[in-house]
Design a protein around this ligand. Structure first.
Ligand code: ADP
Ligand code: MG
Length: 218
């Protein structure tokens, strides 16, 4: 399997007042193309910190991150934001859709903004799966909003999609639908997905489960 993301000895300490929180301690991980990985651990174990650093949304104190062989660790702001736009998708617990737009508009937004050439058959397929494309964001259920957010992330063919507790605000039924959509996307589009969750049942949809405890990969 082709390696898409490689993290070597990632450490991160937060300094708040006189207290140091060792959030990540020399974490090393590799993720393959098309692999759907779940990272599980208790609240405060370092999951969100790890995900943000892997996805270049935050910096580590030491260690390196390579995405598609390119070292992003010390990439400058402008280059990094372009790299991020082209290679990284993020899915959040609160969906983060544009409220005044329809599902369809939210999904195709990244293509319009980046003047990217989209893979049209993939776009059609993704849209077809979203039953609610003409509905305004305000009328969508939480589960539907999260499916729209996933569709929006998928549409740009990112190297990696990161999801931080994507089912954290959902009831069990909607959570299952969202987990199934992620699993299906990893298979159908060979999409690399890294999902953080504290919910073991969600993690079972992934190909691989990694446990983090007190900032260390177990
Ligand atoms: P998780 O997502 O597993 O709940 P986090 O990565 O959010 O864990 O947090 C790991 C540890 O780092 C916790 O002890 C948390 O309190 C601390 N932490 C996270 N973010 C910050 C921050 N911005 N400033 C200070 N401490 C933080
Ligand atoms: Mg978290």
């Amino acid at each position: 399997m082709e390696t898409i993301l490689q993290a070597k000895d990632i450490s991160k300490t937060y300094h708040t007042g006189s207290v140091d929180v060792y959030a990540l301690k020399k974490c090393s991980l590799e993720f393959g193309k098309g692999e759907f990985t779940a990272i599980i651990g208790k609240s405060g174990s370092g999951k969100s910190t790890l995900l943000r650093i892997l996805g270049s949304m935050d910096t580590s104190d030491s260690g390196n991150i390579l995405i598609k062989g390119e070292d992003i660790t010390h990439m400058k702001d402008k280059k990094l934001s372009a790299f991020r736009r082209r290679n990284i998708g993020f899915i959040y617990q609160d969906y983060s859709l544009f409220p005044e737009f329809t599902a369809y508009e939210n999904i195709v937004m990244p293509i319009l903004l980046d003047k990217k050439k989209a893979d049209e058959s993939k776009v059609d397929e993704i849209l077809e799966e979203c039953i609610c494309v003409n509905t305004l964001k305000s009328s969508l259920s939480g589960g539907e909003q999260q499916r729209v957010a996933i569709a929006r992330a998928l549409i740009t063919n990112p190297a990696v999609i990161f999801a931080d507790e994507p089912t954290g605000n959902l009831d069990a039924g909607s959570a299952k639908t969202v987990a199934e959509m992620l699993s299906k996307a990893s298979q159908r589009y060979d999409q690399t997905i890294i999902m953080v969750t504290h919910d073991r049942q969600m993690a079972d949809y992934a190909d691989r489960i990694i446990t983090i405890s007190d900032g260390e990969i177990k």
